[in-house]
Design a protein around this ligand. Sequence first.
Ligand code: NAD
Ligand code: AHE
Ligand code: ZN
Length: 375
Amino acid sequence: APGEAIECLAAVAWNAKVPLSIELVEVLPPKAGEVRVKMFATAVCHTDAYTLDGLDSEGVFPAILGHEGSGTVESVGEGVTSVQPGDVVIPLYTAECKECKFCKSRKSNLCSSIRAFTGKGLMKDGTVRFRCKGQDIYHYMGTSTFSEYTVIHEVACAKIRPDAPMEKVCLLGCGVTTGIGAVLNTSNVEEGATVGVFGCGAVGLSVIQGAVLAKASRVFAIDLNPTKFDLAKTMGATDCVNPLDYSKPIQEVLVELTDGGLDYTFECIGRTETMRAALEACHKGWGESCIIGVAGAGEEIQTKPFQLVTGRVWRGTAFGGYKGRSQLSGLVDQYMEGSSIKLDELITGTYKLEELNTAFDVLHEGKAIRSVIIF
Ligand code: NAD
Ligand code: AHE
Ligand code: ZN
């Protein structure tokens, strides 16, 4: 009941590098400015695996991971006005308060209202809403979607239309939105441009669909795993390149294949070597490379400054530049209206919460694009 703790199942990451444990947890009621959500579905993004693997400098344990989900509002805390019980919502790891200087700027979606707390696994009042076996359990990215119920901040709660299929649109909580937005918002790819996509997971495949929306003339999909290329073509790739088929560095191969380099590249892997390759595969004078992949704690990128002196641009994106509370429902509408946003093609399996570790295994084995957990 509203105002009371709920007992439910959640996947607890007791520590890095150990499998998740399905536990009975207590989810405390939402405090002021907070929303308790009954999760309907959640997908597994590579970032969840990265944090569980101990590569995240902000990783804290024990925690409930997960950040790509959908659900319905169960109850709201004091002062919450933008959602009410029963609303269908997507939790946002990039909040939108509409009041901070980031939200007021058209140049950024990096809302600062709660980021310092969510990075530490806490709610804005400095405490947590999860308890298990007498211990406090940390939140993750302000979302913690690997739980039958979660508590999020109102500013991180994107309301969407009630008739949206929640087991599909959960993908708009991260990977798909990030890939499409990187193309349309962050890099602003123009009609006729050539695009290179490093990594064909859900993020890279969504860069490809974004490039199609932007009417790119050629889209190169680059991956070490050739089993990804069929789907890359389905999403709209015109050329598939496997670096293992060449002895030269992949940036040299791409520069040769494209008469001097690509207009736009996107790194969707999370490795500093491929970030460098993506920058250096750009055309002299104007090529722009966008980093989407998340690199391990302490890693640094390198290139010769001459690469930038001669006109290449290095940038990056978080959540594709989208302001979630204002814009996510529009993406859901676009998906619902027809063919412009592809989600179904990216779902390679559905699982129960109890099978979440299997979903991580198939991701690591290169066999999954998105596994969706249905609660
Ligand atoms: P994924 O694991 O599904 O896909 C990664 C792909 O890269 C795989 O197909 C893999 O075969 C390929 N790959 C690995 N090493 C390679 C190499 N050396 N050369 C070419 N291809 C290689 O991951 P995902 O869920 O699509 O996420 C991709 C990256 O984006 C991750 O680093 C994730 O943390 C990050 N991410 C960032 C944001 C953001 O907002 N910036 C959002 C979502 C995900
Ligand atoms: N915690 C990491 C950084 C992780 C990171 O860069 N996250 C991306 C989203 S990945 C989603 O799958 C992001 O949006 N970052 C911006 C932000 O505000 O977190 C670290 O290096 O400590
Ligand atoms: Zn993600």
